[in-house]
Design a protein around this ligand. Structure first.
Ligand code: PLP
Length: 360
């Protein structure tokens, strides 16, 4: 008999990432993974170069300088909680599921939530429960109604990937207040830097309750996806479990230096957010003029609804022919949609030119 995996892991779905390669095209336009099309801050690049020769040394397993920079930039001193670090926020999501869910427990997510949530839940041995959305928006009422004493954890991305929608402060507060004390609410703020709405909050204030964690990443607005650096603001008791579970050197030495440099370059971040908002508005308007249905988005990506699987697949083929890679949405249960990362102005021009060919 061969060794058997636990928890039915042989049926665990594998995460399928947005593609970066296109046969026959050396430099395709990659708009498939919600990365920062401007790249990282030059200051982050310089920090990586400055420390490249030091990588024979183990990293600092508890980089207080990076944590202090995060606390400073995200105004966390005003709130009660601790910063934890992960190899991408993916690692934090997975270890929170491992630490707080198990066989016999349920992890809840919204219908079109991020695909890592079911993987993290099932890897921990827990059941995943997906709550139907209303108009591509998480339904607070339905989530609260579905909670039982077996509900261990709720993953909620705000803004959500791939829909681009968000719940305002009132709705998040209603969700938090309606949850019983035994449920850990994980608010995933991977795209929070991009949101420019007055009624949005990343809700670091709720962490003081002891039952809310807010996760963030350097992979999106900070342009460091390849380094794998994520963080979360967590209650001390939850941070303590995380610190016991993580491997001692989960954050690599270059990401510590690059993360600090990226946080110090606020001008670069602001320009990233400004350009994204400008190009998001431009694409929304131009796509509407092509009679393509675009969902409202507060993130760095747009969900395009082509009405049918065939039409979406046709649009994807047309884009690929133009050297443009977007993200098919079949894995998310949205085969009639494509997700488009907002690119540089010239990349977006190429997208619009390609899509003009299929406009009715
Ligand atoms: C909603 C959401 N959360 C978390 C992540 C994970 O990001 P990372 O592991 O790069 O921090 C992503 C990445 O696409 C995401 O879309």
């Amino acid at each position: 008999m061969t060794p058997l995996p636990v928890n039915g892991l042989e049926t665990l779905p594998r995460y399928s990432a947005g593609s970066h390669e296109l046969d026959g095209i050396t430099t395709p336009i990659v708009l498939s993974a919600n990365e920062n099309p401007r790249g990282p801050s030059p200051k982050a690049v310089a920090a990586i170069q400055d420390h490249a020769a030091d990588v024979h040394r183990y990293p600092n397993g508890n980089p207080e300088d990076l944590k202090a920079a995060i606390i400073d930039r995200y105004d966390l001193a005003a709130h009660q909680g601790e910063v934890i670090l992960g190899a991408g926020s993916d690692e934090i999501l997975s270890l929170l599921a491992k630490g707080f869910a198990s066989a016999g427990k349920t992890v809840m997510m919204s219908q079109y939530g991020f695909l890592m949530y079911p993987i993290a839940a099932k890897a921990a041995g827990a059941e995943i429960q997906s709550i139907p959305e209303q108009n591509y928006l998480a339904d607070v009422e339905a989530i609260l109604a579905a909670v039982t004493e077996d509900t261990a954890l709720i993953f909620l991305a705000n803004p959500n990937n791939p829909t681009g929608s968000y719940l305002n402060q009132t709705e998040i507060t209603r969700l938090y207040q309606g949850l019983p004390d035994h449920v850990l609410l994980v608010l995933d703020g991977a795209y929070s830097e991009y949101v420019d709405r007055a009624d949005y909050s990343d809700h670091h204030d709720l962490v003081a309750s002891g039952r809310v964690v807010v996760t963030h990443t350097f992979s999106k607005a900070h342009g460091l996806a390849g380094l794998r650096l994520g963080w979360a603001f967590a209650p001390p008791a939850i941070a303590d479990i995380y610190e016991r579970l993580r491997s001692p050197f989960n954050i690599n030495a270059l990401s510590i230096k690059a993360g600090i440099a990226a946080l110090a370059d606020q001008t670069y971040l602001e320009e990233t957010v400004r350009l994204n908002a400008e190009q998001r508005a431009r694409l929304q308007q131009s796509l509407a003029e092509l009679a393509i249905n675009v969902l409202p988005s507060v993130g760095n990506f747009l969900l395009l609804d082509f009405g049918s699987r065939e039409a979406a697949s046709n649009a994807e083929k047309t884009l690929l022919k133009g050297g443009i890679i977007v993200r098919g949405m079949t894995g998310y249960g949205l085969p009639h949609c494509l997700r488009l990362t907002i690119g540089l102005p010239e990349e977006n021009t190429a997208v619009l030119q390609a899509l003009k060919q299929i406009a009715p």
